[in-house]
Design a protein around this ligand. Structure first.
Ligand code: AMP
Length: 728
C-alpha cells in the first residue's frame, strides 16, 4: 500500500492522517493567506487615528488639570480632539465596509436577506423540507418535495447523458451497507474523522475547527480595533486550518478563550470523531459494517470484473450514483452539509504512464475561471484561463484530469450555474492527500461563499493498491508486448527481521514505506547506505523520520525478460455532491420582479428547460367548457411527447396563475384563449407567440429539448401582444 511519500519535502510537512482523505473542513473556502493591501492599510490607518485620539484626549485632560491653562487653549484642544474623533469614526466606517463587503460588493446582511428569500420560497413550494418535520426534524436530514425531486431527477438524467453516455462509462449500483473490511482497507475506519469538542457541562458536540474558524472570521469582520498583525495571524489560521493537529486546534481554542457557543461553558480538548454511521450486518451482530461515506469503494472493489467486462482494456471509466452517509458533527448551511446525500462519482482508470486523452481537443479551447495554487499562495484571485494552456504550462497535471475539468465546467454551465460564480480551485499542498498527483475543486459561489461542489482528483494508484493488499486479489492491468523485452527491475527487499527488532510495532509501516519508494528514491538510499551505512528515512504514516541501516534493506536492479507489463492503474475521480450543485443552482436561478400593479415582488426561478421541474403549464384563459376541452387535448399531446406539465383550470386570474408557476420555474405557459390556436409565453421575457393547437406540443418539445432556442421560435411564429392577457 503506497502510504508513504519518502524524501519529498512537501510530504515531510504533511500530516498523513489529515491528508488521507481530501475532505474539506471548511465549506466556504478562504484560500488567501495574505491580507489584502487595502484592508491592512485601513487597519493601520484606524489604529493611527485611534492613537492620535487617545493622545489628544490625554492632552486635554492635562490642560484641564493645569490651573495656568487659558480657557482658549483648552477650547482649541477640545476642538482638535473632536476633529480627530470624526476622522477616526470615518476610518472605522471605511474598514467596516471593507471587511464586511464580498468580492461583488454585497454585504453579509444583503447575502443573508437574499438567502432567506430563496430558502423561504424553496420550503414554501416544497422543493425541499426538513425531514421528519412533524417530530421537530433531525439536523442534517432533508426531504425533496415534488418540484425538488423533479429538479434532482433532471440533473441526474443530464449527468448520465453528459458523462456516462458520452464516455461509454460502465455504470454500477452497489449497496450502501458496506462490510468493515472494505472501509478498513480504504482507510475510512481509522482516519475518516473530524475534530470534535464537547461542552463540558451539557455534552453538546461541536466541530472544533468550525468554532475556531467562526471566531477568526467574526473577529476579522467585527473587531475594528484588531491590529494589522493580529488580523494577519487570524487570516493565517484560516488559511492553514485544515493542517492543524488536534493539539494545535485545542491550544488556539484555549488561547482565544473560545467557549461553547450556546452556553458559554468551557469546552473539552478536541479529539477525532469518525463520521461513519456504524451498523452490523445480519442478526448475530458479529459482522460489523458501515453506511458508505462515498460510492467510490463499490467501484474499486469491482475493478477486476469491470476491467474484464471492458475487454481487459484501459482506459475506461465506471460511474455510480447513490446515497452517501456522513454523521456530520454539526450540520449547518441547509442542503450544503447534510448527513445523507446523493453522490455521483466517476472513477476513470488510466495507465499511469499515459494520461493523455483522445478527446482533450474538444475542451482545450474552453476558457473559465481557474485558481491555481500559485495564485492562491500569492493572495491573488481566480483568473480566466484557457484549459489547453493550463495543460501545456503544467498548471494542471495531465490531459485526462484537464479533460474532466473541462467536462465538469460544461456540465455545470448547461445546468444554469452562473459562469462568473464558478471557479476551479487547485488544492494547496496541505489539502492534498499525499498519494494524489493533483486535485481541483469546482467551487460555486453562493450566499455562503465559495462552496466545493465537485472534487476532481488524480488519486494515482492508491485505492486499487489498498484493496489489492487487503483482499489478496490483484487489482491490476496488463499491457502485452508484441515481443518479449529485457527490462531492468528495481527490487527492494526489506529485512522484516531486522526492521522488526528495530521498530517493533511500527515495522509494518516502515516496510510499506520502503516498498513504496520510487526508483530514484531507492537508488539514492542505496548510494547513501553504501557510503555512510545508514540514512534518515521519512515515513509519512509515522509522521517522522527513522534511521535505516544497511542490514535492514537490500536494493538492487535485476535484468529480466518480460512478455507483458503488469501495473496498477491510476484513477482520476470526479466526485459530484448533487445536493450542493442543486442548492447553488437554486440561488443562481432565483430573482424577484415587480408585479404589474407594482405593489408586490414576485419570485421567479429562471431554470433552463433542461432542469425545470415542470416544462409547461396549460391555462384556459376563462372558465368555459370549450377551453377546458382544448386544454385537455393539449395535455394529452404533451403527455404523448413526454413533456411534464400541469393544467390549471382554476378561475384565478391568468396573471396569478403565471406568477404561481414562475415561482417554481416553469419555463413555458400555454394559454387557451380560442379553440384553434393558443399562446405560448416564455417565463423570463414574458414574450408570447401564437401557435395552432396541432403544433403546440411539437413547439414546446423543440424548445425544451434544446433543439431550438426561444429566439428561433419567436422568429417563426407570430408574436402575441401580452397586454391582451392580464399579466400580474
Ligand atoms: P469528498 O469525498 O469529501 O471530497 O466529497 C465529495 C463531494 O461530496 C463534495 O465535493 C461535496 O460536493 C459533497 N459533500 C461532501 N460532504 C457533504 C455533506 N456533508 N453534505 C452534502 N454534500 C457533501
Amino acid at each position: 500500500m503506497r502510504l508513504a511519500c519518502v524524501f519529498s519535502s512537501a510530504a515531510k510537512s504533511q500530516n498523513p492522517i489529515k491528508t488521507l482523505f481530501r475532505r474539506h473542513r471548511s465549506l466556504a473556502v478562504s484560500a488567501l493567506p495574505i491580507m489584502a493591501d487595502s484592508e491592512e492599510s485601513l487597519r493601520r490607518a484606524l489604529s493611527e487615528k485611534q492613537a492620535a485620539v487617545d493622545a489628544q484626549a490625554e492632552a486635554v485632560r492635562a490642560l484641564k488639570a493645569r490651573p495656568a491653562s487659558a480657557p482658549s487653549e483648552i477650547d482649541a484642544a477640545v476642538e482638535a480632539l473632536k476633529a480627530l474623533k470624526v476622522e477616526a469614526a470615518a476610518a472605522a466606517r471605511r474598514l467596516q465596509a471593507a471587511v464586511s463587503r464580498n468580492g461583488d460588493g454585497s454585504t453579509a446582511g444583503s447575502r443573508e436577506a437574499f438567502r432567506q428569500a430563496v430558502v423561504n420560497t424553496l420550503e414554501r413550494r416544497l422543493f425541499y423540507i426538513p425531514s421528519f418535520k412533524i417530530y421537530r426534524g433531525v439536523a442534517g436530514l432533508y426531504d425533496y418535495g415534488p418540484p425538488g425531486c423533479a429538479v434532482k431527477s433532471n440533473v441526474l438524467a443530464f449527468w448520465r447523458q453528459h458523462f456516462v453516455l458520452e464516455e461509454n462509462m460502465l455504470e454500477v449500483d452497489c449497496p450502501c451497507v458496506t462490510p468493515e473490511i472494505v472501509l478498513k482497507a480504504s482507510g475510512h475506519v481509522d482516519k475518516f474523522t473530524d475534530l470534535m469538542v464537547k461542552d463540558e457541562k451539557t455534552g453538546t458536540c461541536y466541530r472544533a475547527d468550525h468554532l475556531l474558524k467562526d471566531y477568526c472570521k467574526e473577529k476579522l469582520e467585527k473587531d475594528l480595533t484588531l491590529s494589522a498583525e493580529k488580523a494577519a495571524e487570524l487570516k493565517h489560521i484560516l488559511a492553514v486550518l485544515d493542517d492543524l493537529s488536534a493539539d494545535e486546534v485545542g491550544a488556539k481554542i484555549k488561547e482565544y478563550g473560545i467557549a461553547a457557543p450556546d452556553t458559554k461553558n468551557p469546552l473539552s480538548d478536541p479529539y477525532p470523531f469518525n463520521l461513519m454511521f456504524q451498523t452490523s450486518i445480519g442478526p448475530s451482530g458479529l459482522s460489523p459494517g458501515y453506511m458508505r461515506p462515498e460510492t467510490a469503494q463499490g467501484i474499486f472493489v469491482n475493478f477486476k470484473d469491470l476491467y474484464y467486462y471492458n475487454g481487459n482494456k484501459l482506459p475506461f471509466a465506471a460511474a455510480q450514483i447513490g446515497q452517501a452517509f456522513r454523521n456530520e458533527i454539526s450540520p449547518r448551511q441547509g442542503l450544503l452539509r447534510v448527513r445523507e446525500f446523493t453522490l455521483a462519482e466517476i472513477e476513470h482508470f488510466v495507465d499511469p504512464e499515459d494520461k493523455t486523452h483522445p478527446k482533450f481537443v474538444d475542451v482545450s479551447n474552453l476558457e473559465f475561471l481557474m485558481f491555481p495554487r500559485k495564485e492562491q499562495m500569492a493572495g491573488e484571485s481566480a483568473k480566466p484561463m484557457i484549459l489547453g494552456e493550463a495543460i501545456s504550462k503544467g498548471t494542471v497535471n495531465n490531459e485526462t484530469l484537464g479533460y474532466f475539468i473541462g467536462r465538469v465546467y460544461l456540465f455545470l454551465a448547461c445546468l444554469g450555474i452562473d459562469k462568473d460564480r464558478l471557479r476551479f480551485r487547485q488544492h494547496l499542498p496541505n489539502e492534498m492527500a499525499h498519494y494524489a498527483a493533483d486535485c481541483w475543486d469546482a467551487e460555486i459561489e453562493c450566499s455562503y461563499g465559495w462552496i466545493e461542489c465537485v472534487g476532481i482528483a488524480d488519486r494515482s494508484a492508491y485505492d486499487l493498491r489498498a484493496h489489492s493488499e487487503k483482499s489478496g486479489v490483484a487489482l491490476v492491468a496488463h499491457e502485452k508486448f508484441s515481443e518479449s523485452r529485457e527490462v531492468e527491475k528495481l527490487v527492494i527487499v526489506p529485512s522484516k527481521k531486522e526492521l522488526g527488532l528495530a521498530f517493533k510495532g511500527n515495522q509494518k509501516m516502515v516496510v510499506e514505506a520502503l516498498e513504496a519508494m520510487s526508483e530514484k528514491e531507492a537508488l539514492k538510499m542505496r548510494a547513501s547506505l553504501e557510503s555512510k551505512g545508514e540514512v534518515d528515512f521519512h515515513v509519512c504514516t509515522l509522521g517522522k523520520a527513522v534511521v535505516i541501516t544497511k542490514n535492514m534493506v537490500s536494493i538492487s536492479i535485476e535484468k529480466k525478460k518480460e512478455h507483458q507489463r503488469v501495473f496498477t492503474p491510476s484513477v482520476i475521480e470526479p466526485s459530484f455532491g448533487i445536493g450542493r450543485i442543486i442548492y447553488c443552482l437554486f440561488e443562481h436561478s432565483f430573482y424577484t420582479r415587480l408585479s404589474k400593479s407594482e405593489d408586490e415582488q414576485l419570485n421567479v426561478f429562471r431554470f433552463p428547460p433542461l432542469v425545470a421541474p415542470i416544462k409547461c403549464t396549460v391555462f384556459p384563459l376563462i372558465k368555459t367548457q370549450k377551453f377546458d376541452d382544448v386544454a385537455k387535448i393539449i395535455a394529452r399531446s404533451l403527455t404523448a411527447a413526454g413533456i411534464s406539465h400541469i393544467i390549471d383550470i382554476t378561475g384565478t386570474s391568468i396573471g396569478k396563475r403565471y406568477a404561481r408557476t414562475d415561482e417554481i420555474g416553469v419555463p413555458f405557459a400555454i394559454t387557451v384563449d380560442s379553440t384553434n390556436s393558443v399562446t405560448i409565453r416564455e417565463r423570463d421575457s414574458k414574450e408570447q407567440i401564437r401557435v395552432s393547437i396541432d403544433e403546440v406540443a411539437k413547439v414546446v418539445k423543440e424548445v425544451t429539448d434544446g433543439q431550438s432556442t426561444w429566439a428561433d421560435i419567436m422568429w417563426r411564429y407570430p408574436a402575441h401582444a401580452a397586454s391582451l392577457v392580464d399579466e400580474e
